[in-house]
Design a protein around this ligand. Structure first.
Ligand code: G4P
Ligand code: NA
Ligand code: NA
Length: 189
């Protein structure tokens, strides 16, 4: 997605250690016009699918996911990062975060995700894929059908894509970042 590459080169900040800061237009301050274009690109890429619901994870996945839901006029469910209350319909699992070196609980209500659902998952970053695989675990527990995963930015030097492909998950990334260093951002092809 050219518009997104240009914006990342203009306003993104890269750091040694492979971190890309996009907090002036995606992660903290948000640009709704760009987010709308991002959503349209996801809709185009997944236009062959018959989906009835969008799944994401809080916090940064919610903005792109709700824009996709708006365009498709479909409900959006976000997986919560919290210990499940003692509710019988809460599905839960754990996710390990490399960046924070800790494990956290994620959960979703079986009321909003079940065997009638055909879903795509939308998130801001694909790095190691742990958050995405945690969400896949919840979708599997719910008995829902996962048709694909869409990411705004994939860091292709990390293993997320391969781990998702190993699980036979279709992956659509709007930009794929090949290299990140101090003031250096390179994209795949
Ligand atoms: P993984 O899920 O792909 O395995 O990622 P990892 O544990 O490495 O990353 C944890 C968090 O860091 C995720 O957000 C992820 O989106 C974000 N992240 C990973 N790489 C980058 C990066 O280069 N730049 C930025 N800005 N974020 C990155 P989260 O902690 O779940 O937070 P939230 O922002 O969605 O609330
Ligand atoms: Na995120
Ligand atoms: Na994030």
């Amino acid at each position: 997605m050219e518009l997104l590459k240009e914006r990342i080169l203009k306003d993104g900040k890269s750091f040694d250690g492979g971190i890309l800061k996009v907090d002036s237009f995606i992660n903290h301050q948000m640009d709704p016009i760009l987010m709308k274009a991002i959503a349209s690109e996801f809709v185009k890429r997944f236009s062959d699918l018959n989906i009835n619901k969008i799944v994401t994870i809080e916090a940064s996945g919610i903005a792109p996911a709700i824009m996709v839901g708006l365009e498709l006029e479909l409900p959006v469910v976000f997986v919560k990062k919290a210990k499940p209350k003692t509710m019988s319909d809460m599905l839960a699992t754990q996710v390990y975060s490399f960046t924070k070196d800790r494990t956290y609980d994620v959960c979703v209500s079986n009321k909003f995700l079940n065997e009638n659902d055909n879903v795509i998952f939308i998130d801001d970053f694909l790095a190691n894929g742990n958050a995405a695989l945690g969400v896949k675990n919840l979708i599997d527990q719910a008995g829902a059908n996962l048709l694909g995963m869409g990411f705004i930015i994939e860091k292709s030097f990390q293993e997320g894509r391969d781990r998702l492909l190993n699980e036979n998950i279709r992956v659509e990334s709007l930009v794929r970042v090949k290299t990140l260093g101090n003031d250096l951002i390179k994209f795949e092809e």
